[in-house]
Design a protein around this ligand. Structure first.
Ligand code: AMP
Length: 188
């Protein structure tokens, strides 16, 4: 795990708090939420509430919700996808553990890779942190390839802080021309 900008790093533990009094660093993060089983919109709503309840964590903004045709495993229901921007004092591994608890609480069972799931929560970007650890790769390894991530991320990109420099809006538009992503309209 390493930090952009020369922060001290303890391998395998995360990036050390940056403030002089050793208070935990507040980092901005972008997370993606996805669901294609059960009450999909409710699963995203519950996930947003659970993220807001994490210690030292505030939800800064949430994108609109998009509906996406499944990509890698195509014989499954369509997904709802959303991106959420957070500020958190949780260390990278703590945030990962928290997202996995939130997935488990939604009833997620890991079966087929890229297969159906009640809730998937991925950490896309974490301010000042880069990592090629397979347990927590940052930026997320598939972030730049997927319209269902980049289109909602582009909506929130004005909140980016300490993130890689990228023209996210242009990349999202490019991917959306070849991948099936549409704004989700809730059924009443
Ligand atoms: P998935 O089934 O797609 O949710 O992948 C979960 C696995 O990816 C877990 O074993 C995580 O440790 C690992 N992983 C690696 N990088 C990340 C990341 N940036 N966000 C979430 N999970 C990650």
């Amino acid at each position: 795990m390493r930090a952009h900008g020369g922060d001290d790093v303890r391998p395998g533990v995360g990036v050390r708090g940056r403030s002089r009094d050793d208070a935990p660093a507040l980092r901005r993060a972008f997370l993606s939420l996805g669901s294609n089983l059960g009450e999909r919109a409710a699963a995203l709503r519950t996930a947003r509430a659970a993220l807001a309840d994490l210690p030292g964590t505030t939800v800064v903004a949430a994108s609109r919700i998009y509906e996406t045709a499944p990509q890698d495993v195509t014989d499954q229901p369509s997904f709802l996808n959303q991106v959420v921007c957070l500020d958190t004092v949780l260390e990278p591994r703590e945030l990962l553990a928290a997202t996995q608890r939130i997935e488990a609480a939604a009833g997620r069972v890991r079966t087929v890779r890229f297969g159906p799931r009640t809730l998937d929560v991925d950490i896309l970007l974490l301010e000042g942190v880069a990592s090629d650890d397979p347990e927590l790769t940052l930026p997320h390894p598939r972030l730049w390839q997927r319209a269902f991530v980049l289109v909602p991320l582009a909506e929130l990109w004005q909140h980016a802080r300490g993130m890689p420099t990228a023209d996210v809006k242009a990349m999202a538009a490019e991917l959306a021309s070849s991948q099936d992503v549409s704004l989700y309209v809730a059924e009443d």
